[in-house]
Design a protein around this ligand. Structure first.
Ligand SMILES: Nc1ncnc2c1ncn2[C@@H]1O[C@H](COP(=O)(O)OP(=O)(O)OP(=O)(O)O)[C@@H](O)[C@H]1O
Length: 600
C-alpha cells in the first residue's frame, strides 16, 4: 500500500477492509452530533432575545420552557450520536490495527530469512506494534473529531452571519489566525521534527534490545560502561529530540488556544462598542445586547472546536510517522513466488556464475562463483574469514536471492522450486542453534510434525543425545528454559542435529557445526554428523581443516571469489591458499598440544 500517493488516511482505511464503512458511518454521526450541539446555543439566543425584549415584564415571556427542552433534547441527541459514532470508529480502528499487524506479519513471513540478520525481530515487532497503536488513536478518535469539528465550524460560520455579520466576522478573525497557526504547526518543518523524534525512539528501542541481549558478553569482558555507551547515546539523543519536539511543536498549540480564547473578545468588544451608537439611533439596542451575549457564549465553542482540531491534527502527524514505520516493514523484500514450480530432479547443487551483494553494501560478497556438487557428494567451503562461505551456503535454501547467475538444486533454479519443497529438500545446521521454550520432544518435532514420538527418540539417539535426556527430570518431556533447565552450546547443537536427522532432507548444509563445542561434545557431534550426512549431499563450512580432508571437493573462497578447488591432496600439491591454510591449521593444532604439555 503506497502511502505517499494516497495520503495517510486513505491508506489506513485500506487496511480496515470492509470495516471502513463503519469509519464513514462514524464520521457522519459525529458530524450530525456536532450540528446538534449548535442548537442549544441558538436556544440561548432565543431566550436572551425574548427576555431582553420583554424587560422588565419577564412574566409575559413565553416559550422559555420549550427552548429549554429543545436545547436539552438536541444536546442529548448530539451525545448519543457522538457515542454511536465513536463506537463505529473504534470498531473500525481496532480492525485496522489488527489487520496492520496481520498483514505485516504475513509480509514478513515471505521475506528471505537473511532479512532478519539485519532487522532484529524486536525492531520489526516494535514498528508494527507502535505503528498500529498510533494509527488506532487517529481512526478511533481524531478523525471523527476533525470531521465533526469541520462541520461544526461551517455551521457556526453560517450561524454567525445570520444574527450579525459584523460580530460574526470579529469572532471569525481570531479563528482564522488560529487556523493559520495550526497549519504552520502541521507543516513540513514540524512534521520533520516529529519524524526525527520517532526515529530517535526507534533507535533507542534497538539499542536497548541489543544492550540487554549482550549483557552476558558484556559481563564476561567487564565492559559494562563501554557497552552502555551506545545505549546511553541513544537515550540522550531521544531525550534531546523529545525536548526539542515538546518545545517547538507542542508550544504552538498552547499559543493557538490562547489566541483564540483571548482573541475572540479582543476583536468582539471593540466591534460591539463601535456598533452601540448605530443601535441606539436605530432603536436596536436590545438586539445588539442579545447578539453580543450569543457571540460571547458561542466564541467559547469555537475555541473548544479549534482545540479539538489541533489535538486531532497532531494525531494525523503521529499517524503519518507511524505509517512510515509500518511501510518499512511492508517494504521488506519478499522472495519471488515461482509461477510454474518444478520438482528437483536429483539432490545435486550447482552454482552458475553467481554474484551477490548485501543490501547497503557496495562490495560483492560473492563474485562470479561457479561449482557443482553431485548427488551424494560432500563439498567443503573453506577460506579466510569474510571470504563468502556462509553467504554461498545461505543462497541454497534462498535465505537471499542471487543478484546474477543461478543457484540450482536438482538441476532446477531454486527460484522455480516451491518454497516448501525447497525447505524439505535442504536441512541447514547453523552455528548458533535456536531452541524454543517447549519440551525437547517438541523442539525436535518441529522438523517433522507428522513424526511419531518413537521417531523423535530414534533421531535423538542417532544424534547422541542419550546423556542429555537421562540427566533431565522429565526426559524428552522436559521443558527447555523451565525451572533452570538450560543446555550447553554443544548439547543444544546435538538437539539441533537430531532435528536435522528427523527432517531427513537429502541435502545438508552445515555452517561450522562444531564451532562452539567443547572436545567432549565435539566427538559426540562428529558422530551425530556422520549419521546425518550418510548418503546425503553435504555442503560444509569448516575452519577445522581436519574435518574436510575426506571431502569430495574443497572450494577455497577469498573475497567472494573461488581461488582454488579440488581434493585435499590436489590442493596441497598446488601450494596455494589451501596449502597455506593447512600449514597454519597444523601449526595451531601443534601449538595447542605443545602449550598443553608445557602446562602440565
Ligand atoms: N547480513 C550481512 N549484511 C551485510 N554484509 C554482510 C552480511 N553478512 C555478511 N556480510 C559481508 O559479506 C562478506 C562475506 O561474509 P560471509 O559471512 O559470507 O563470510 P564467511 O567466509 O562465512 O566468514 P566467516 O568465516 O567469518 O564466517 C563479508 O565481507 C561480510 O562482512
Amino acid at each position: 500500500m503506497e502511502n505517499k500517493k494516497k495520503g495517510s488516511i486513505m491508506t489506513l482505511l485500506d487496511y480496515a477492509g470492509n470495516y471502513k464503512v463503519l469509519t464513514f458511518i462514524g464520521l457522519v454521526l459525529s458530524a450530525i452530533s456536532m450540528l446538534c450541539s449548535i442548537v442549544p446555543y441558538v436556544c440561548i439566543w432565543l431566550v436572551a432575545r425574548d427576555l431582553i425584549g420583554a424587560m422588565p415584564d419577564y412574566l409575559y415571556v413565553q416559550n422559555l420552557e420549550m427552548y429549554g427542552w429543545v436545547a436539552f433534547g438536541f444536546a442529548i441527541i448530539g451525545i448519543i450520536f457522538y457515542f454511536i459514532g465513536l463506537l463505529c470508529t473504534h470498531l473500525s480502528a481496532f480492525r485496522t490495527a489488527e489487520n496492520i499487524r496481520k498483514i505485516g506479519m504475513n509480509h514478513i513471513m515471505k521475506a528471505p530469512l537473511g532479512y532478519f540478520d539485519n532487522n532484529a525481530s524486536g525492531l520489526i515487532r516494535g514498528r508494527l506494534d507502535s505503528g498500529a497503536n498510533d494509527t488506532e488513536t487517529l481512526l478511533a478518535h481524531n478523525l471523527a473529531d476533525i470531521v465533526g469539528t469541520i462541520v461544526l465550524f461551517i455551521g457556526m460560520v453560517i450561524l454567525m452571519f445570520v444574527f450579525d455579520w459584523r460580530m460574526g466576522l470579529a469572532c471569525l478573525l481570531s479563528a482564522v489566525i488560529s487556523i493559520l497557526m495550526m497549519f504552520s504547526m502541521m507543516g513540513g518543518k514540524n512534521a520533520k521534527i516529529m519524524a526525527e523524534y520517532q526515529a530517535a525512539q526507534d533507535k533507542m528501542t534497538k539499542a536497548g534490545t541489543e544492550y540487554v541481549r549482550g549483557i552476558p558478553v558484556v559481563k564476561i569482558f567487564q565492559q559494562t560502561v563501554y557497552s552502555f555507551k551506545s545505549f546511553q547515546q541513544a537515550i540522550e539523543e531521544y531525550s534531546d529530540k523529545a525536548e526539542y519536539y515538546q518545545g517547538k511543536v507542542c508550544r504552538v498549540p498552547q499559543s493557538i488556544n490562547l489566541t483564540f480564547t483571548e482573541g475572540a473578545f479582543i476583536f468582539l468588544i471593540p466591534v460591539v462598542i463601535l456598533l452601540i451608537p448605530e443601535a441606539l439611533n436605530g432603536g436596536q439596542f436590545h438586539e445588539l445586547v442579545t447578539n453580543f451575549i450569543f457571540y460571547a457564549v458561542f466564541s467559547a465553542i469555537i475555541s473548544t472546536a479549534l482545540a479539538k482540531i489541533m489535538f486531532a491534527s497532531s494525531g494525523i502527524m503521529l499517524a503519518n510517522t507511524a505509517l512510515s514505520r509500518i511501510d518499512m516493514v511492508m517494504k521488506a523484500p519478499i522472495l519471488e513466488k515461482c509461477i510454474n514450480p518444478q520438482m528437483p530432479k536429483d539432490n545435486s547443487v550447482a552454482f552458475k556464475d553467481v554474484s551477490f551483494t548485501y543490501q547497503g553494501s557496495n562490495i560483492p560478497a560473492l563474485s562470479h562463483v561457479s561449482f557443482q556438487v553431485e548427488s551424494g557428494q560432500t563439498i567443503a567451503l573453506v577460506g579466510p574469514s569474510g571470504g563468502g562461505k556462509t553467504t554461498a551456503a545461505s543462497l541454497i535454501p534462498r535465505f537471499w536471492d542471487v543478484d546474477e547467475g543461478i543457484v540450482e538444486v536438482g538441476h532446477v533454479n531454486v527460484k522455480n522450486i516451491d518454497q516448501h519443497v525447497l525447505m524439505n529438500q535442504v536441512a541447514f545446521v547453523f552455528q548458533n542453534t535456536q531452541l524454543f521454550k517447549t519440551s525437547i520432544l517438541n523442539n525436535v518435532k518441529i522438523a517433522n510434525p507428522q513424526a511419531s514420538d518413537e521417531d523423535v527418540i530414534k533421531a535423538l539417539q542417532a544424534a547422541r543425545c542419550q546423556d542429555i535426556i537421562e540427566k533431565l527430570p522429565d526426559g524428552v518431556h522436559t521443558q527447555i528454559g523451565k525451572e533452570g533447565t538450560y543446555l550447553s552450546g554443544g548439547e543444544q547443537q546435538r538437539i539441533a542435529l537430531a532435528r536435522a536427522i528427523l527432517k531427513n532432507a537429502p541435502i545438508v548444509v552445515l555452517d561450522e557445526a562444531t564451532a562452539f563445542a567443547d572436545p567432549e561434545n565435539e566427538v559426540l557431534i562428529q558422530k551425530a554428523l556422520s549419521v546425518l550426512c550418510q548418503d546425503k549431499t553435504v555442503i560444509m563450512i569448516a575452519h577445522r581443516l581436519s574435518t574436510v580432508v575426506n571431502a569430495d571437493k574443497i572450494i577455497a573462497l577469498k573475497d567472494g571469489k573461488i581461488i582454488e578447488e579440488g581434493r585435499h591432496k590436489e590442493l596441497l600439491n598446488k601450494e596455494g591458499l589451501y596449502h597455506k591454510m593447512w600449514n597454519n591449521y597444523n601449526q595451531s593444532v601443534k601449538w595447542k598440544i605443545t602449550s598443553g604439555k608445557e602446562g602440565i
